[in-house]
Design a protein around this ligand. Structure first.
Ligand SMILES: Nc1nc2c(c(=O)[nH]1)N[C@H]1C(S)=C(S)[C@@H](COP(=O)(O)OP(=O)(O)OC[C@H]3O[C@@H](n4cnc5c(=O)[nH]c(N)nc54)[C@H](O)[C@@H]3O)O[C@H]1N2
Ligand SMILES: Nc1nc2c(c(=O)[nH]1)N[C@H]1C(S)=C(S)[C@@H](COP(=O)(O)OP(=O)(O)OC[C@H]3O[C@@H](n4cnc5c(=O)[nH]c(N)nc54)[C@H](O)[C@@H]3O)O[C@H]1N2
Ligand SMILES: [Mo]
Length: 762
């Protein structure tokens, strides 16, 4: 038997097999009791010892020579790095932090550092970084996320902050669906591949099993531009909807309910505010356009008779309206969520078991599992004395336009002047929109410091790169929300080269800067401390002491089925259990939003056509979550690479669209948008609506042949547009962009994204 160990990632828990000397990871495999393990496990072994791993601290040669300052060559593919000893590298980092802090103040340090880092409660990259930056006086921070950034700002106005939390933690569950739901309408489908991922990782992946059980008694309808957004075996009905037009479709459904007397007027009267404004809007009394099915048909691509039939069916039984996160990751995308909540209110089933509104099926694997989320151990971050923040997706605006004022949630934010950015646990050159613009933004910094495992595109833009020990090389503990088991993550191999735990790095930096983050404990002692503090805190589950937990490599967590929550109580008695909104009701018209007076968000949901209808770009590109990796993580790994076509990220086209462009499966295509160009490998499939093409996010940005394309490896974010979802929410709009696709017959450049940079002697 070769030596083995276990570990966990956001895509699940797995077993690691080592070489006989225990020095190399040779395989990573799911545990046999996992009914639906994620293929991303197949990236672990091939990524672990890959040449893209960072072996030593490194500094950009130009930064070392010229000192801190704006540099348009930051990220240039031929940029050289100089490797340093840890002491010298830490002296540089501490010195530069001190310089920026003393000359410009702590608000000149951007530490938002958005990203998914790794599973593990202690070595959580952002918590470690924030604790350190707090200890040295704070940093400009970020709020919200790329996942559902628009909903996080919009929905609290409509259902209250508590309602928002309830929607994530106690939605109508799969079990309730199986028992009560007649019709499950999911805008954005129900992707099996998305269900593999939950923050913290699932002990076992049960989402598909639960979906199958529910499908036995519930009619599932997937409304999306892709037929395969839902498993074949669920026998779902597919209704092809053009991307970004869901709100129009939903208003036509509401119109049908209203004119056919199918709306639940009692519920609207007792539990909502503003329904009469919505009625006037769908009837066309407020804007002259009745939102009939005939009006919606040409916009959405769904026939008027299909829309009518769907509305009647929804009103005839118990119906759950679900919207995936992707719907709001569009310019104006909050309107689809607002409209869907409005539809659920018109159906009058919010708060009934298996009915109402949900926002997370098809997006997060734990969604609707039906179990209470027990608190988990956490690493304390301290307090940030700096008040400045941005919504995370406004990173380029922040760096490009210091002093500018941007509207956000009814107020105005003034963007501080950032001189230094510190990134750990995220990959903005994966996640942000319009990467060429992001390059111009990062060029304005004096200094970018990055901790990474691999030479990611973000590390390749950094002035100082510090190699971090990865989850297989450090000790931690992990569990997902509502999970069955808290797992130990033992160290299974030695760190690559000179990689160090980030805890070790911050401890040394803090001491150089005259402060302390370690409190005299090493990382094992901290692990034990946060575990024991959690174990002893009120409301925590019964678990063994740390030593026993570690010995057993895990402990069961109680899976307490959640009782009907806030929406059921609100339904039963809206006066005794109001929502935390100004009216105590579901606000289908919000006075507050109305009074903000924004050009792009009204008091009630509205339909607005997309503003980017340039005929030069004749296809809608959907940018979706990758099936065989988590975002950009381990894109060099075997599972991710097995999905590539012609050596790069695939693009899927309908046969008619492929034929019209002379494209065959396996060809290389050049894809252009108003923002940039990329190369992709062609896949032809009738699983898409004509006019819609699709690529996964997360191929590593490769700008090594700019004369051919901005990215030769197929990173969709060279194409996407960097503009906030709206002046209310300022979130990421990465889900979709208009493009043109053509055959590429020129010399095909090699992909260099996974190569380390050139190292120079000094
Ligand atoms: N166009 C478009 N863009 C999108 C999306 C989309 O749908 N369309 N989706 C968006 C969404 S929902 C999200 S959540 C984001 C995801 O964006 P990110 O979270 O930035 O993407 P990841 O690839 O997961 O990047 C995490 C990085 O952290 C590193 N890392 C992991 N653990 C650690 C650690 O412990 N320490 C350090 N120092 N580094 C670590 C990994 O190596 C990896 O490079 O992307 C967004 N971008
Ligand atoms: N395997 C894997 N799973 C993941 C992730 C991953 O990287 N890999 N990332 C995780 C993260 S961080 C997040 S936030 C979630 C994201 O979860 P989502 O945002 O829900 O995921 P997407 O895959 O972007 O979109 C799901 C589907 O929505 C459809 N869609 C897109 N735009 C529209 C639209 O305008 N209308 C309609 N009707 N449908 C549309 C697309 O066809 C797409 O397949 O996924 C999580 N799950
Ligand atoms: Mo996300």
């Amino acid at each position: 038997m070769p030596p083995t160990g276990q570990s966990s990632a956001h895509w699940g828990t797995f077993r690691v097999e080592l070489s006989p000397d225990g020095e190399r990871v040779v395989a990573a495999r799911p545990f046999p009791n996992d009914p639906d393990a994620a293929p991303a496990i197949g990236n672990v072994a091939s990524g672990q010892h890959h040449r893209s791993r960072i072996a030593r601290p490194a500094v950009r040669r130009r930064w070392l020579r010229n000192g801190p300052g704006p540099d348009a060559r930051r990220g240039a593919p031929d940029d050289e790095y100089v490797e340093l000893d840890w002491d010298d590298a830490l002296d540089l980092v501490a010195g530069e932090l001190a310089r920026v802090r003393d000359t410009h103040g702590n608000s000149a340090i951007y530490g938002g550092s958005y990203g998914w880092g790794s599973a593990g409660r202690f070595h959580h990259a952002q918590s470690q970084l924030h604790r350190f930056l707090n200890a040295i006086g704070g940093y400009t921070s970020s709020v919200n996320d790329y996942s559902r950034g628009a909903s996080l700002v919009l929905l609290p106005h409509l259902i209250g902050r508590d309602g928002m939390a309830e929607l994530r933690s106690r939605p109508p569950s799969w079990a309730q669906l199986a028992e009560h739901t007649d019709l499950f309408l999911s805008f954005g489908g129900l992707r099996r591949s998305n269900s593999w991922v939950v923050p913290g990782g699932a002990d076992r992946h049960t989402g598909s099993e639960r979906a199958r059980l529910a499908a036995a008694s519930t009619h599932l309808v997937s409304l999306s531009a892709q037929r395969d957004d839902v498993l074949d075996e669920l026998g779902a009905q597919w209704i092809g909807v053009r991307p970004g037009t869901d709100a129009a479709l939903i208003f036509a459904l509401i119109h049908t309910l209203v004119v056919e007397g199918l709306a639940d007027d009692d519920f609207l009267r007792t539990h909502t505010a503003g329904a009469e404004r919505v009625r006037a809007y769908v009837r066309g009394e407020s804007d002259g356009t009745p939102k009939t099915p005939e009006w919606a048909a040409p916009l959405t691509g769904v026939t008027a008779s299909t829309i009518r039939a769907l509305a009647r069916r929804a009103a005839a039984g118990r119906t759950l309206i679900n919207v995936t996160y992707s719907l709001q990751r569009h310019r104006g995308g909050e309107q689809a969520v607002f409209a869907a909540l409005t539809l659920a209110a018109f159906l009058g089933q919010i708060g009934l078991p298996g009915g109402g509104f949900s926002h997370g099926y098809g997006s997060m694997g734990d969604y609707g599992n039906g179990f209470e989320q027990v608190p988990l151990p956490t690493f304390p971050q301290g307090r940030n004395p700096v008040a400045e923040f941005i919504p995370c997706a406004r990173i380029s605006d922040l760096l490009l336009h210091p002093g500018a004022r941007i509207p956000y949630d009814g107020g105005t934010l003034t963007l501080p002047d950032i001189r230094l950015a510190y990134w750990a646990g995220g990959n903005p050159f994966h996640h942000h929109q319009d990467l060429r613009r992001l390059e111009r933004a990062f060029a304005r910094l004096d200094t970018l410091i990055v901790h990474e495992f691999h030479w990611t595109p973000t590390a390749r833009h950094a002035d100082i790169v510090l190699p971090a020990a990865n989850p297989l090389e450090r000790e931690d503990i992990a569990a997902g929300p509502g999970d069955a088991r808290l797992r130990a993550m033992p160290r299974v191999v030695a760190p690559r080269g000179q990689a160090r735990e980030e805890f070790w790095i911050y401890d040394r930096l803090a001491r150089r800067l005259g402060t302390d983050v370690a409190e005299g404990l090493d990382s094992r002692q901290w692990l034990e401390r946060i575990y024991e503090q959690w174990r002893e805190s009120p409301g925590s589950p019964q678990v063994p002491p740390f030593a026993d937990f570690w010995e057993a490599q895990g402990t069961p967590l109680p899976q307490v089925p959640y009782a009907d929550g806030a929406f059921a109580r609100f339904r039963a008695d809206p006066l005794a259990h109001p929502l935390a909104t100004p009216t105590g009701r579901i606000e289908l018209f919000s006075e507050i939003l109305h009074r903000f007076g924004l050009p792009d968000v009204a008091g009630h949901a509205v339909w607005r056509p997309a503003s980017d209808a340039d005929p030069a770009f004749d296809l809608e590109l959907l940018c979706t979550q990758p099936s065989h990796r988590l975002h950009s993580q381990l894109d060099m790994g075997a599972a991710s690479q097995s999905t590539k076509v012609a050596g790069r990220e695939p693009i899927r086209l309908h046969p008619a669209d492929a034929a019209a462009r002379g494209l065959l499966a396996g060809d290389v295509a050049r894809v252009r948008s108003a923002q940039g160009t990329l190369l992709a490998g062609v896949v032809v499939t009738d699983a898409l609506l004509p006019g819609v093409v699709q690529m996964h996010t997360g191929a590593w940005f490769d700008p090594s042949a700019p004369e051919i394309a901005d990215c030769v490896n197929g990173n969709v974010n060279v194409l996407t547009r960097d503009v906030g979802t709206s002046t209310l929410t300022q979130a990421s709009n990465g889900a979709r962009v208009r493009v043109r696709v053509e055959r590429y017959d020129g010399p095909v450049p090699p992909v260099r994204a996974y190569e380390p940079p050139v190292f120079a002697a000094t």
